[in-house]
Design a protein around this ligand. Structure first.
Ligand SMILES: C[S@@+](CC[C@H](N)C(=O)[O-])C[C@H]1O[C@@H](n2cnc3c(N)ncnc32)[C@H](O)[C@@H]1O
Length: 315
């Protein structure tokens, strides 16, 4: 069996950003459900959900293949990818790769905890593909056992659905058990010409501000593409002038909302924040580090490590 290719998002699937981002998602959920706040029912609100299953472009097929390889020390992401693909009778050869929505659903199903996964996706055609994640046997079983609920918002409709605005406008009713995943594309640099970038940065500021009241966990993935110098200026604190940019946003997060920050450069520059007040910061750092170290060791075994900086945890 083969996975359909030629979709716009296939270009990033299984790149160095995805492998780290997806490891952090899997690790985070496994860590949170050990905690009383999420044990009785975790609610994942995943924005920018994407298609579920991708056909990586040739430059990323090797990475996908190696992460899934049974040779070497092994890693959480590879184990999950192999499990998912086997349910569709797809070979773990790098020509198919499960993205975040499918990984999250599969992770929750395999953990067997009471869970809800709400998926927010802008593009109606992509939402149609997304609906198919309920057909994977283990996910279907968890749904029919009443353990897992998977909602695709605006399913079956063709119109655009802006999940970022939906989250900002709805999250007042959410609580500590809600985990909001945001995976926006690059818009962190100052850009006077782009009103839309300024508006979206303001929206992220609102979401972070509101999460201080609701105590919801927020995870944001940042990418600067190949604007490495600009990325370093943002990350290293030299660019606080950008309104609601990286440094201004992080300066709002302190005390029990101090984020776990992961930064890395693997062809492109990336960062991730985990803002979670309901779980012990040190435990979260330890678990994230352990799973990222495993990924590192596994990829080094295959001589497919990053071409620049390996993920670095800033606590
Ligand atoms: C890079 S893809 C998602 C990748 C996926 N999160 C993963 O890690 O496998 C980004 C997706 O976000 C969607 N998107 C962009 N803006 C959005 C918004 N405001 N609300 C919901 N989805 C959005 C796009 O249509 C696209 O499918």
């Amino acid at each position: 069996m083969q996975v359909e290719n030629g979709h716009l998002q296939d270009g990033n699937a299984a790149n160095g950003g995805d492998l780290v981002k997806h490891t952090v998602y899997l690790s985070l959920v496994r860590n949170l459900i050990e905690n009383p706040t999420w044990k009785g029912g975790i609610k994942i609100r995943e924005c920018h959900a994407g298609r579920g299953l991708y056909a990586p472009v040739p430059g990323n097929v090797d990475l996908a293949h190696n992460v899934m390889s049974e040779q070497g020390p092994g890693c959480l992401l590879g184990e999950m990818e192999r499990g998912i693909l086997s349910e569709r009778k797809l070979l773990p050869d790098g020509t198919a790769y499960a993205g975040s929505a499918l990984l999250n659903a599969y992770n929750l199903a395999s953990l067997g905890v009471p869970a809800t996964l709400d998926l927010y996706e802008m593009d109606g055609a992509v939402r149609r593909d997304l609906s198919a994640i309920r057909d994977y046997p283990s996910i279907r079983q968890a749904i029919s056992d009443g353990k897992l609920t998977v909602n695709v918002l605006e399913e079956g409709r063709g119109e655009e659905f802006d999940g970022e605005t939906y989250i900002r406008d709805t999250m007042d009713q959410w609580g500590p058990e809600d985990v909001i995943l945001l995976d926006p594309f690059a818009f962190w640099r100052d850009d006077d010409k782009s009103r839309i970038r300024r508006v979206r940065r303001g929206l992220y500021r609102d979401i972070l501000d509101k999460s201080a009241t609701t105590q919801s966990t927020v995870v944001i993935f940042f990418t600067w593409g190949n604007a490495h110098l600009g990325a370093r200026q943002d990350i290293l604190c030299c660019n606080a002038a950008c309104e609601n940019g990286y440094q201004q946003l992080i300066s709002h997060l302190w005390g029990d909302r101090r984020p776990v920050v992961v930064t890395w450069c693997w062809r492109y520059t990336f960062a991730m924040w985990i803002v979670s007040s309901g779980c012990q910061h040190d435990l979260l750092v330890g678990a994230t580090k352990r799973d990222l170290d495993q990924l590192h060791q596994h990829m080094r075994h295959h001589r497919k490590g990053p071409d620049t900086d390996w993920p670095c945890l800033v606590v």
